[in-house]
Every structure is written in C-alpha cells, then in structure tokens.
Ligand binder design. Structure first.
Ligand code: 8DG
Ligand code: MN
Ligand code: MN
Length: 393
C-alpha cells in the first residue's frame, strides 16, 4: 500500500531526558490541546492525569515534523488511549470536542482566572468557586480575606499576566547583579528557568545566586532583599530561609520536589525602558497597588489603566545555593518542569540514584556523587548531555 509506505513513522525514547526538545515545535495545535487538558487535570487535583497529558504533549514536541495521521504515532511512548483520542479528533475533525468543551466550561475559566492571581493555588480557587466567585471582580466584591501575596497578586494582576520579555529579564538581571555584588563582592548570578532554555518570554524571571567560596553565601538573601527594597525595586517579597542542613530526612531522600534553598518569591517594579538607570521614585500607595484600575474590570475585560505608565510589575524568583551544590541547583532550576521530573524518574528507576536540586545520591554505593558541572551529573546518570536549549520538553 503506497499510502502507508509514504507515511513517516516516528520513533522517540520514552524518557524526556533521553530526547532533545527544542523550542521549534512542529505540532503546536496538538501540544496546546494536550497541555490544556493537563492544566485542567492539575487544577482539578488530578495530578496523575496531568502528568500523563504532559508526557503525551512532550512526545509530540520532540517530533521532527508535523503529524498528519494517527498511523504515524504507532509505537510512540506515553500516548495513552485518551491522548490518542484527542489527537485523532484534531487530525480528523480539526478540533477536539473535549478540549473545546473544557475551554468553554465556566469551571475551567474560573479556575484559570483565579489561579492566575499570584498567591492563589487550585485549592483556594476551588473554595472560592464553591462560594460563587468566578472572576476578579466578584472576588473583590466578596469581601474574602486575602493574604499578603494574594493582595499583591490582585494589585498587579494585569501586569503579571503580561509575558515577561527577554529584554525585561536582562534589565532585571542587571538590577539583581548590582544588588548582589553590592552586598557581597564576588557573588555571581545566573539566569535560570525558561530564559536559560532560550525562551523569548516567560511568566517570571528566575536567578540562581552563589559565591565561589563555600559558606560566603550564608545569609546573603536578606541582604540582597534589603538592598533591593532600599532602592525601591520591590513591590512584594517573601523570603524563605535555607532548611537543607537541619532537615531530618537528610538530602539522601528528597521527599518532595520542593527544595530547601534560601529563596525569594518577589514582584519587581521595573521602570519603562527609557527610564531605566535613573533613580526609582518613592512608592506611593496608588503607585504600588493598581487596585483602582481593577474596580473597572468588567466581564468584557479590563479597561486600559488611566494615566501614564512609568513602570510595570514583574514576577522574579531568586534562589541562593552554596557553590558545592551549584551544579545540582542549576540543573534543577533550569527546567522544564517535565524534563526535571523525567530526570529524577530516570535516576531513581534506571540508576538507583536520588537526584535533587541539592545533590545526587547513589543508593547502591551508599554515597553522594559530587559534581561541579551539569555535564558531570549527566555522565553519572549515564545520559548524553542535553544543553538547556534542548530541555524544552
Ligand atoms: P516560565 O517562567 O517561562 O513560565 O517557565 P519556567 O521558568 O520553566 O518555569 P518556572 O515556574 O519559573 O520554574 C523554573 C524551574 O524551577 C522549573 O524547572 C521548576 C523549578 N522549580 C520551581 N519551584 C521549585 C522548587 O521549589 N524546587 C525546585 N528544585 N525547583 C523548582 O518552580
Ligand atoms: Mn520561570
Ligand atoms: Mn519561577
């Protein structure tokens, strides 16, 4: 059969950390659809289904060309019946009824809007929806008590929804660099997260901070935060201290994906490009919170904020690591989230090792494996080195 013979069959390894996944996605319609179902599952406390859809989407992201028919997918890993049904629907009918239904559903729309607020997770959104709150406007009318993070999230809702550009990430990088070397000369910052993988936009900017001399980084974060605050760069920050050394379960068994570095979730006040480099002005209340603009938010969407914009709010994550753990922190914080998950699964299931953002433990040898570069960690794991730009699973 000539038709069949002409069809390209694909073959990809089942672990995402064995694949090279660039940002050049040849199947965006299919991967968007599966990612939406993944997101819906995650927001509905169905993490298992969420991961299954994420894995399916990641397999399609790794294909060298567009899929034209389901026969090409024969033998591909991670594509369960449910994902295949969604793919078939799209290939044959141009859309998946399940995806379209989910997208239109009031529940999904409300979960999205509410969890898009910084500081609001699926559990909180769920509770609010049960109380009849489906929008930002309804939330503000409801009189619900918001914690400090959520208040900041509501204040800067529109800004934080706007993707952060690489130029903005670089501008933030210069500020963070200045802060870090001011409080600890010799300290180094590295751009991590999506921007390190070559993404052109992101939902935040992530930085890893270290010092070449072990121990000098201790207590660094509060100093960096104070410096940034004194210069008027922070609209919000929450710092959590390093709890790695005091943790009872020890680094051998990274109990969860959450690591224990000193870290700071923050919202930066980034001046407009032409104003950058000049001194920040004092934060006035109406400056720091644009709540007023949100009282005009209607179902038709927000009205443009009045007045001249001179700055915007940007989410920034800072992490401090001792130099001895730097390579693990770098690998662990570069992402993508699925790539990280797959690395840990590979380490545990195939190599009897425990990988975290702090260390790599060899369960058979009963010892930690030291590394000063990401390349060394891949070698320990028996993996070909995958550069950040190819970790976009
Ligand atoms: P984006 O911001 O452009 O949307 O994408 P991203 O940069 O890939 O996502 P991110 O949510 O900023 O996360 C960046 C990386 O940091 C990602 O690999 C996941 C990882 N990460 C967290 N929280 C934690 C944590 O508590 N521990 C560890 N080890 N990694 C974490 O986001
Ligand atoms: Mn990020
Ligand atoms: Mn982040």
């Amino acid at each position: 059969n000539i038709d069949e013979a002409e069809v390209v069959a694909f073959s990809v390894p089942s672990y995402a950390c064995l694949r090279r996944t660039t940002l050049d996605n040849h199947n965006p319609v299919l991967t968007d659809a599966l990612s939406l179902l993944a997101e819906n599952a995650e927001l509905s406390d169905e993490d298992g289904r969420g991961v299954a859809f994420r894995r399916a989407a990641a397999v399609l992201k790794a294909l060298p060309e567009p899929v034209t028919g389901v026969t090409q997918l024969r033998g591909l890993p991670c594509l369960g019946g449910h994902s295949l049904r969604v793919i078939r629907d799209i290939l044959e009918n141009g859309a998946s009824s399940e995806v379209e239904f989910t997208k239109q559903s009031e529940r999904f729309k409300a979960l999205k809007v509410l969890t898009d607020i910084f500081g609001v997770g699926a559990k909180t959104a769920e509770r609010w929806i049960r109380d009849g709150i489906h929008s930002l406007h309804q939330l503000q009318e409801s009189g619900q008590t918001l914690n400090r993070a959520q208040q900041a999230g509501v204040c800067h809702y529109d800004d934080l929804k706007q993707p952060v550009t690489k130029a903005e990430a670089d501008a933030i990088g210069e500020i963070v660099e200045e802060a870090v070397v001011s409080v600890l000369p010799g300290a180094q910052i590295t751009l991590i997260g999506g921007f390190r993988r070559g993404k052109l936009t992101g939902h935040d900017v992530d930085f890893l901070i270290t010092h070449p001399e072990e121990g000098r980084e201790v207590g660094l974060m509060p100093k960096v935060v104070s410096w940034l605050e004194s210069q008027g760069f922070l609209l919000y920050q929450k710092t959590t201290r390093n709890s790695y050394l005091e943790a009872k379960d020890g680094p051998a068994r990274p109990a969860s994906n959450m690591d224990r570095f000193e870290r700071c979730f923050s919202i930066f006040k980034l001046a407009d490009a032409e104003k950058r480099g000049t001194k920040q002005t004092e934060n006035t209340p109406e400056d720091t919170c644009r709540l007023a603009a949100h009282s005009q938010v209607t179902d038709e969407g927000p009205k443009p904020a009045s007045g001249h914009r001179r700055w915007r709010a940007v989410r920034v994550d800072l992490v401090v690591s001792p130099i001895s753990q730097f390579a693990f922190a770098l690998l662990g914080w570069t992402g993508s989230k699925l790539f990280e998950r797959e690395l840990r699964r590979w380490a545990g299931h195939e190599k009897a090792m425990s990988l975290s953002s702090h260390a790599l433990y060899d369960n058979k040898q009963g010892r930690y494996l030291k590394a000063t570069s990401e390349e060394e960690i891949f070698t320990y794991l028996g993996l070909e080195y995958i550069p950040p730009s190819e970790r976009n699973a």
